[in-house]
Design a protein around this ligand. Structure first.
Ligand SMILES: Cc1cc2nc3c(=O)[nH]c(=O)nc-3n(C[C@H](O)[C@H](O)[C@H](O)COP(=O)(O)OP(=O)(O)OC[C@H]3O[C@@H](n4cnc5c(N)ncnc54)[C@H](O)[C@@H]3O)c2cc1C
Length: 414
């Protein structure tokens, strides 16, 4: 019996054909986790890109700088009996027929895992203008490498994580870099002003210009014109203004999508359609831990979520379904700093500084009802590791000990 539909299953669970749409981190990890958890049925991984599946974080770091040629996953798909269909775009889902549409014809499935990730937002009006780049794929990184090698004048639009990482790499390569940010500070949608303030200083220290409150009016060949009339010379423009779930191909399928375009999965990462799961950058999930639905665009989520999907698919009859409620985690390498964040905070949470932001390393903690809900660590990986465990345990902390960077964070537990 299928737990979701209440209907008799035609195939025993362990023999059902699993098709995974999207061969990025979440798709690959789902396939691997299925085998690790003992699933013996056919597994097919379909990816739009022609390349061997690869990891994205190195694209804004080692791969961009030419310190690594590629970042292909070290997975032996053949040995794991995972069928790879690369360079194949999934264009539609017909749930009633349990079929996907592709240019090579329909692909039937018993269970579908949607893992199509996210696509970067384009700067309106800049599409097709020569010299304008996005940074999401290996091909994007390959196009940007000569820009770095030739030490071009670069304008980066958006002072978010990707913008900061690209600016760091471009400065390391010797480019002149100006970062243009419409908001009043870097990472405005993510961090409060007092936390972002010291980060703004990192740009100048790294030799990159940072213009905040600066809106791009238009991009012309060779320059970026701002709304206030200023023109910035630009041999290349890199746009890093965010990403949205790559779910347009699901239009008309009947699957439920949120206002942010994510597949609104349940606590076991099941979508609103029978036998269809969703995981990684394309899926949001309800977090009981944080009391809200989360859409997480970070690597660790694309590693952990697949384990829940595989556990759900390999659960024996009578087993409860696994619940996905992680403490989200990510890292960023920018301007010579290792920045890590775990958890999720809201504006009302109490912010506690741990160390001086003028120093090379410091930490910020967010407390809710005395317990840690999020931690941001700059060059303090131990705080991050201990903080992550404290968030998971939910224990109450002594704020004065949290604020003392000489006391191990774990010792702040009451
Ligand atoms: C440049 C860069 C640097 C990053 N650095 C960090 C970092 O330092 N730390 C961190 O925590 N996170 C980082 N991230 C985020 C992290 O890489 C993502 O969260 C992660 O890759 C998400 O995995 P995913 O499989 O859900 O999506 P994706 O990696 O986007 O994979 C989805 C795959 O699906 C394919 N696809 C899409 N639509 C279709 C379709 N219709 N048919 C077939 N295939 C399709 C896409 O081509 C893609 O290959 C970075 C991201 C980028 C782009």
């Amino acid at each position: 019996m299928d737990e979701q539909t209440g209907q008799q299953e035609t195939e025993p669970r362990h023999r059902r054909r699993v098709v995974i749409a999207g061969a990025g981190m979440a798709g690959v990890q789902t396939a691997v986790a299925l085998r690790e958890q003992g699933f013996t049925g056919p597994v097919t991984l379909i990816g739009a890109e022609p390349h061997q599946p690869y990891d994205r974080p190195p694209l804004s770091k080692a791969v961009l700088l030419g310190n690594a040629e590629h970042s292909a996953f070290d997975v032996d798909f053949e040995a794991l009996d995972i069928t790879l269909r690369l360079g194949l775009d999934v264009t539609g889902l017909r749930a009633a027929d349990h079929e996907l549409d592709t240019p090579d014809g329909p692909v039937p499935y018993d269970v579908l895992v949607v893992a199509t990730g996210a696509e970067p937002l384009a700067l309106p009006g800049s599409e097709g203008v020569p010299g304008v780049h996005l940074l999401r794929t290996l091909d994007d990184a390959a196009r940007l490498r000569p820009v770095l090698e030739q030490r071009h004048d670069v304008v980066v639009v958006g002072a978010g994580w990707i913008g900061a990482e690209f600016a760091t790499a471009a400065r390391a390569a010797g480019c002149a870099v100006t970062v243009v940010e419409a908001a009043g500070r870097p990472l405005a949608g993510v961090l409060p002003a007092e936390v972002a303030a010291p980060m703004a200083g990192w740009y100048a220290e790294g030799g990159a210009g940072l213009l905040t409150g600066a809106r791009v009016a238009r991009v012309e060949p060779g320059r970026v014109v701002l709304a206030d009339g200023r023109a910035l010379p630009a041999d290349a423009v890199v746009v890093g203004i965010g990403a949205r779930p790559a779910t347009r191909w699901l239009a008309g399928s009947g699957i439920e999508l949120g206002p942010d375009g994510s597949v609104t999965a349940d606590a076991s990462l099941r979508s609103s359609l029978p036998d269809v799961y969703a995981v990684g950058d394309c899926a949001s999930f309800p977090s009981a831990r944080y009391g809200e639905r989360l859409l997480v665009h970070h690597w660790d989520n694309a590693l952990q979520g697949p384990r829940t999907v595989a556990a759900a698919l390999t659960a024996r009859e009578g087993d409860g379904l696994p619940v996905y409620d992680p403490v989200p985690y990510f890292w960023s390498e920018q301007f010579g700093r290792f920045v890590q964040y775990a958890g999720h905070h809201a504006g009302a949470d109490a912010l506690v500084w741990r160390g001086d932001p003028a120093e090379p390393s410091w930490t910020v903690c967010w407390l809710r009802a005395g317990a840690l809900v999020a931690v941001l660590a700059v060059g303090r990986p131990r705080d991050l590791a201990q903080g992550r465990k404290l968030i998971e345990s939910g224990v109450e902390l002594a704020p004065e000990r949290v604020a003392d960077p000489s006391v191990p964070l774990k010792s702040a537990a009451l």
